[in-house]
Design a protein around this ligand. Structure first.
Ligand code: C2E
Ligand code: CA
Ligand code: CA
Length: 730
């Protein structure tokens, strides 16, 4: 996912998050609305109940008035007291018809003279139990009676339905909230008149279960009940506080209607479902965007890792190394400790890579990287510069510490490396430089380490060298020599000399062509030196062309001699080699059968088809192939069998030791036997003494080349040497 997509996904996610928030807001508003609606409903219900209770009291009063505003009542309760009448018209009637639980009649002195409870007559004194509750009502009624206009008898009808004088209150009677009413007995038509105070009828209607049922039914309240004042309302319950004579008597509680809640309950599931769906969608999108972001971050960090690390070994690469190096140099400038820079190059990596393929090369590099890492301290930096080149940056070290590390590096890489392909001996050369001067830049540090490393290579490899200022000079000299060599090749500045090869009978069988360069300032430059310069500076083709041309041409001067010509490994591998040889053969008219090409084992290490083919072609063309410096390379035997080789040249290092080293003689003997077994010719080179010659004879080697017979000589001197040898043999 790229950044644009990531942005798109995050804005989608944001939009969804916003949407979800809006939805959550809607749900919240709905809930708040529901709560408000339900609170309003409760208040309305409470108001209804308040009105209902008041209305209930009025109704109760109205039921009593029919029995008290009645001439008969005044007659039978006030003028006289008729107990039977009271029982029938007050007690019985109010219970049965009015649904009242208790009724009492008080005389003019407010003393109870009749009592009824639950439909049966009771002793009037029972009234005493509620006297205190009834007292304010009685007082109010007596006040009303006192304020009443006097009733004057005016027959036939003195009073038409006089206005009732009543007082009621809710009070607690026998533990139950009840409506207590006091009603004055009055005439209706005035057929009976009573001077002075009239009787009072006290009634009690308890708010019992029947009341609850009836009241609830009338006001559509479910679960209506009477509870003590102190009881807290249960959840979902509403209540109304009953008051009488200024005090709380009890509560009416009922299940509150919750239209808001119900609406919410109905609306919420679909809203929540939608919300859940949106949240799931948002979550999904978020996860996707997040994964995308993580992938992006990962790929960015991977690519930044790749930009600064070698993909094969995971080590820092050149860019990161240079970065760390310049940081170290800056800290050195500020007075930090000296730093050490290593450059390490494997000695025989190319051979392994060419011989066993890139898989083996890669495995080798990985193993080398891991071995090197194992030698370092935490604050050292190792990097792979490329190919088989590694660099190490060591912080704050002494030259002694660096030498120890260098020693370890060389030793650990000298040890064989076991790979799936077999056991490899690669070895390495290392260059070390100590930077004490912060003014040096990273490039200079690496250049110094590089020079030191090449100096180690020149010394034969598998060793290390510290950088010395003279190396700079050596490099400059080398660079100067290269330019001079180029010029010498162009201007016929090189010559060929020939060193005779002598057989067992003392006859000269051939000569080896050796190139010479007489430098105008330096004098004779060693061929080992300038051949290497030519190989590295791209001049080997030209140098080879010169030696072949000259040696092939000179070979015509000695019809009875074989002429050996050295072939550089690098040149042999070039595609232009065979055509060049063919052309020079044609040019010079030389006989290929009398020309021997000397190659080194390094050529054979390159176990590729092309080299094999080149050697075959050369032999088909008539050339013979000699293996030069035999014994100095490694695993020589297998090459001898595999390759089209005609002769081995035992290296001078074995010959030097002959006479004072029994082992050298044994080695030479073995080489001779081996060559015989493979039907190869053998020649020893670098023979200087009679002792060496005798040793060679004992070992069975008869052909010899060396100062003992002759140093290399000019072509013109060869004929003289040959005839001299013939003469001495004779
Ligand atoms: P090489 O092919 O092994 O040549 C033999 C070297 O040993 C020659 O050194 C020769 O002068 C030297 N030598 C011969 N007999 C003795 C002896 O008894 N004692 C001692 N100490 N040395 C002896 P030179 O001519 O300096 O050549 C050195 C190397 O340079 C040659 O080793 C060869 O590898 C290379 N070289 C020389 N000429 C050519 C050439 O024309 N083309 C190529 N490609 N390489 C050449
Ligand atoms: Ca040679
Ligand atoms: Ca040699």
């Amino acid at each position: 996912m790229d950044k644009r997509n990531l942005g798109k996904w995050s804005s989608i996610s944001l939009a969804f998050i916003g949407f979800v928030l809006v939805l959550a807001g809607v749900v919240m508003v709905l809930s708040m609305l529901a709560v408000t609606v339900d609170r309003e409903t409760r208040l309305r219900e409470q108001e209804q109940v308040a009105h209902g209770v008041a209305g209930w009291i009025e109704e109760t009063q109205a039921r009593i008035v029919g029995q008290t505003n009645w001439d008969d009542a005044l007659l039978n309760l006030g003028v006289k007291f008729d107990a039977v009448w009271a029982q029938t018209n007050v007690g019985q009637f109010l219970h049965d018809m009015g649904g009242l639980e208790q009724a009492y009649v008080l005389d003019a002195a407010d003393q109870p003279i009749y009592g009824m409870a639950a439909g049966a007559d009771v002793a009037p004194r029972i009234f005493a139990g509620m006297a205190s509750e009834a007292a304010p009502l009685i007082a109010a009624v007596r006040q009303g009676e006192a304020r009443r206009a006097p009733i004057i008898a005016r027959p036939p009808f003195a009073v038409m339905l006089s206005k009732p004088i009543q007082a009621s209150a809710i009070s607690r009677v026998g533990g139950t909230p009840s409506v207590i009413s006091a009603t004055l007995v009055q005439p209706d038509f005035g057929t009976v008149l009573l001077p002075g105070r009239a009787p009072i009828v006290i009634t009690v209607e308890s708010l019992n279960a029947d009341f609850m049922t009836e009241f609830g039914r009338r006001f559509l309240l479910s679960g209506l009940s009477s509870t003590p004042v102190a009881t807290a309302a249960a959840p979902g319950e509403a209540s109304y506080l009953l008051r009488g004579n200024g005090a709380a008597i009890g509560r009416l509680s009922w299940r509150q209607q919750t239209p808001g809640r119900q609406l919410l309950d109905q609306a919420l599931p679909p809203v929540l479902a939608l919300l859940a769906l949106l949240m799931a969608a948002t979550g999904f999108l978020y996860m996707r965007a997040r994964r995308g972001a993580q992938a992006l971050v990962a790929s960015e960090s991977r690519s930044s890792f790749m930009a600064f690390h070698d993909h094969l070994t995971g080590l820092p690469n050149r860019a990161l190394f240079q970065d760390r190096l310049s940081v170290a140099l800056r800290s050195l400038q500020r007075g930090g400790e000296p730093i050490g820079v290593f450059l390490i190059d494997l000695d025989r990596f190319k051979q392994v890579n060419d011989c066993y393929g890139h898989g083996a090369g890669d495995a080798l590099i990985i193993e080398v990287a891991s071995r090197l890492q194992g030698l370092l301290r935490a604050n050292d930096t190792i990097c792979r510069l490329g190919g088989d080149e590694f660099a190490i940056l060591c912080m704050s070290v002494s030259p002694k510490g660096l030498a120890t590390l260098a020693e370890r590096i060389i030793t650990t890489l000298r040890d064989p490396i076991e790979l799936d392909f077999g056991r490899m001996f690669v070895g390495a050369s290392a260059g070390v430089t100590v930077i004490v001067d912060g003014r040096a830049d990273g490039g200079e540090a690496l250049r110094q380490a590089d020079l030191a490393m090449y100096s180690a290579k020149d010394a034969g490899g598998s060793c290390y060298r510290f950088f010395e200022p003279e190396m700079d000079l050596a490099l400059k000299t080398r660079q100067g020599l290269e330019a001079d060599l180029r010029e010498a090749l162009a201007n016929d500045g090189l010559t060929m000399v020939y060193q005779p090869q002598v057989d067992a009978r003392g006859h000269t069988s051939g000569v080896e062509a050796l190139v010479r360069w007489d430098h105008h300032l330096r004098g004779a430059v060693a061929p080992t030196c300038f051949v290497a310069i030519a190989e590295e500076g791209g001049l080997i083709e030209a140098l080879g062309a010169f030696t072949f041309r000259r040696a092939f041409a000179d070979s015509l001067r000695w019809p009875n001699l074989r002429v050996a010509v050295n072939v550089s490994a690098i040149q042999l591998r070039s595609t232009g080699f065979l055509p060049l040889i063919r052309q020079i053969l044609k040019e010079t008219g030389a006989d290929s059968r009398r020309i021997e090409l000397e190659i080194t084992e390094g050529v054979l290490l390159n176990d590729d088809f092309a080299t094999h083919q080149t050697l075959r072609t050369l032999r088909e063309m008539g050339f013979t192939i000699a293996l030069d410096d035999f014994g100095t390379g490694y695993s020589s035997l297998s090459y001898l069998r595999k390759y089209p080789v005609d002769k081995v040249k035992i290296d001078r290092s074995f010959i030097t030791s002959l006479g004072n080293d029994r082992e050298a003689e044994a080695v030479v003997g073995a080489i001779v036997k081996l060559a015989r077994a493979l039907s190869l010719d053998v020649i020893a080179e670098g023979v200087e003494t009679e002792v060496q010659l005798a040793g060679l004879r004992r070992a069975g080697c008869r052909d010899v080349q060396g100062y003992i017979y002759s140093r290399p000589m000019a072509a013109d001197d060869v004929d003289g040497f040959v005839s001299g040898m013939v003469a001495s043999a004779a």
